[in-house]
Structure formats: structure tokens, C-alpha cells
Design a protein. Structure first.
Length: 255
């Protein structure tokens, strides 16, 4: 991500330099060979930028109701084992609050009702797990972009970190994940509270789980308790941006 950001910034700067020359409207320049060559370079840079941008904005494939898997299996944690989670689940998550903090102008503490009141999206997508299974499910959730609009990330924010209620290892450190701002504002990136037209089951991440549809299953953090906007990932966990990333998996798990 950092690389593609840097590349894009470099390309944009190159283009605006050439653009500036063009705007100067210097006729003598158009006859010079170096200028013609530079235009050709700008053209190919421009194509590269368009291609890169299109890739970042592209939508994950969506399916129809007839494609739905008969059931959506659970993987990894099927229920966080903490007294606090038990308490929240016993009250059907009425006391649950999603904390949003870090590099934001307005930290938030939102109830599920407040999250359900945010602009939402419903989508039928295929979930691919690296362990070799896929399932097509229908998700409804708040758009992460709507939540960010409320929280107002500062200009320093580069990543969104999701901290979960469960832990997969003996050390007890919580499952966590992170995505960049391109994915955070993507139309299909949701904080899902419904699966297949029913309240999100505990085994699939109740009360709230991330959907970031152009990436693999392990990015889709379940049991999200806290969201932080940050400018770096190397000081969280083992520094690789997520629980499975810390074990060697790719941070950008694009498919
Ligand atoms: N908090 C948390 N999120 C998680 C996991 C987990 O164990 N804990 N497993 C991940 C993996 S590897 C996959 S494939 C999906 C599984 O989602 P599901 O249980 O709804 O099938 O959740 C991902 N998110
Ligand atoms: Mo997975």
C-alpha cells in the first residue's frame, strides 16, 4: 500500500509538472524533441494512474439470491471466551458500544441502534478463506465510510485498525486487523450486523463484523469492539497489521 501510494503521488506530481508546462502554452516547446518525449511519458504515466485508480475502486463481484450457500460456516473463533462478551451476549448486545478513536476529530461510542441508523448497504458476495473453502452470503451493514464521516479522521490517518473481542492464542492478545483508507471508503466495505436477512449470529461475529469484499476471509474481523485510525502499523501487535499477518500472511490479501 505504502508503495502504491508513493507511486501514485509521484505520478501525480510528474503529471502536474508536465501539465504546468502545457498550461504555460509555450509554442516553442512543442517543437522541441525533449518536450515531445516528455508528453509521451506523461501520457503513459496518466494511463498507469488511471489503471491503478480503477483497480482500487473496482467492485468485488456480487451475486443473486439463487447463488446463496445453504449455510455460512464459522471459522476461527466461534464465540469469544470472556466474561465481558458473555455479559453483552446475554443482553442481546444492548450494552454493546463500538469505540472509535485514534486520529479522529470526533471520537465515538456507538450503540448498535446508532450503528443501524447509519447509511447501510446490502450485498451478496463470496467469502474466500485461505484454508480452502468459500461461501456466498448476504450481508447488511453500516458503510464504514458513513462512520468515518462522523468521526472525521485527521489528515494524518492512513489505516483503520479493528480490535476484536476474541483471542486465538495463549498470550490472550486480541484478534485484530487493519485496512488502508482506499478500502475504508470503498462502497462495499461494511460493518455488518445481518447475515442472510437475520441478525448476525455469534459464530459469524456478532454483534458486528467487517466486510472488505476484495480481500480474503481473514481480513474480515469478527466481534469488532474498537476501531482506531492510525498513521502506522508497526507499533501494534507484532507489527504486521493483523493477527494472521503477524504469522506471515499477506497484509493486502487482494483476490
Ligand atoms: N475476531 C476474529 N475474526 C476473524 C477470525 C477469528 O478467528 N476471529 N477468523 C477469520 C477467518 S480466517 C475467516 S475465514 C473469517 C471466518 O468468518 P466466518 O466465521 O463468518 O465464516 O473470519 C475472519 N475473522
Ligand atoms: Mo480464513
Amino acid at each position: 500500500m505504502t508503495d502504491s501510494r508513493a507511486r501514485r503521488r509521484f505520478l501525480m506530481q510528474s503529471i502536474s509538472i508536465v501539465g504546468g508546462l502545457l498550461l504555460a502554452g509555450c509554442d516553442r516547446l512543442s517543437n522541441s524533441r525533449w518536450f515531445t518525449r516528455m508528453l509521451a511519458v506523461a501520457e503513459s504515466l496518466n494511463a498507469a494512474v488511471k489503471k491503478g485508480t480503477a483497480t482500487r475502486l473496482s467492485m468485488a463481484q456480487e451475486f443473486s439470491a439463487s447463488d446463496l450457500s445453504p449455510s455460512f460456516r464459522s471459522n476461527g473463533t466461534s464465540r469469544p471466551s470472556s466474561a465481558e462478551y458473555d455479559r453483552l451476549a446475554a443482553g442481546e448486545f444492548a450494552d454493546y458500544r463500538l469505540q472509535v478513536g485514534g486520529l479522529v476529530a470526533t471520537p465515538l461510542s456507538l450503540s448498535l441502534d446508532e450503528i443501524r441508523a447509519l447509511p447501510s448497504r446490502t450485498q451478496i458476495t463470496r467469502h474466500d478463506c485461505v484454508e480452502g473453502w468459500s461461501a456466498i452470503g448476504k450481508w447488511k451493514g453500516a458503510r464504514l465510510s458513513a462512520l468515518l464521516q462522523k468521526a472525521q479522521p485527521t489528515s494524518a490517518a492512513k489505516y483503520v485498525v479493528f480490535r476484536c473481542a476474541d483471542s486465538l492464542d495463549a498470550s490472550g492478545s486480541p484478534y485484530y486487523e487493519s485496512i488502508d483508507m482506499d478500502d475504508a471508503y470503498h462502497e462495499q466495505t461494511l460493518l455488518a450486523y445481518e447475515l442472510n436477512d437475520a441478525v448476525l449470529p455469534i459464530e459469524n461475529g456478532a454483534p458486528l463484523r467487517l466486510r472488505v469484499e476484495r480481500q480474503l476471509g481473514y481480513k474480515m474481523a469478527k466481534y469488532v469492539m474498537r476501531i482506531d485510525l492510525v498513521d502506522r502499523l508497526d507499533d501494534i501487535g507484532d507489527g504486521q497489521g493483523g493477527y494472521w499477518e503477524d504469522q506471515g500472511y499477506q497484509w493486502y490479501a487482494g483476490i
